[in-house]
Design a protein around this ligand. Sequence first.
Ligand code: ADP
Ligand code: ADP
Length: 225
Amino acid sequence: MIKITDLEKFYKTEELQTIALNKLSFEVKKGEFVAVMGPSGCGKSTLLNILGMLDDSDGGSFIFNGEEVINYNERKRANIRKHNIGFVFQSFNLIDQLTVFENVELPLIYTGVKKADRKKKVEEVLEKMQIMHRRNHFPQQLSGGQQQRVAVARAVVNDPKLILADEPTGNLDSSNGNEVMDLLTELNAQGTTIIMVTHSEHDAKFTHRIIRMLDGQKVTENSLI
Ligand code: ADP
Ligand code: ADP
């Protein structure tokens, strides 16, 4: 599903050039659940931004579903992104002015789904995430665990092939964190490929494989299955 080869990313500021990704290569097959770990500053967020087509790389190859996407312009990348990729963030990133229902509905509006179909799909996903009883609440009225369940609902409402998760349990206590990990595990069991950045060795145990990074490079890959 994803193959990156010699991926490079540089950040230039006035007196300093940072090499955020230094010829990083790995492959993730369809249906895998992979953890990306490494110390702060090793390039994990940069990597997720490129995999999510939110940012450009400065060199190398990035094959997504058999297509070389490295030179795609913003319009083409946005098109792939909205149909194929769901994002889950540490800080939930819900829109405070919208209800739970409206937050989850948003990706369906972007992809042009009709109103009646949107309602059906949003309700189905809210049921699955066990947050239906909160459909008319606003994010600030929910606990952290509930907010992350809404965020997962929003990430999966378009049936993405890939979920990119950035520290999805980072703001949750262990019980809510485990609940979110169970949800991701279930989505993966149903066929969704997941790449998750995490600092938590506990959360990494839910995955199939850990890619460990240091200074923009891959240092090891260990399979857990
Ligand atoms: P991680 O997510 O593993 O903490 P990042 O991908 O955020 O690592 O950062 C990798 C390196 O790139 C770090 O040295 C960081 O300081 C640098 N970096 C990240 N974003 C920027 C930016 N917008 N401008 C300049 N340097 C950046
Ligand atoms: P659920 O049973 O829906 O999984 P949780 O156990 O995740 O609920 O949430 C813990 C409790 O905290 C819930 O009863 C929730 O209503 C309550 N709660 C947290 N923050 C708020 C808030 N700002 N307004 C109302 N209720 C809140």
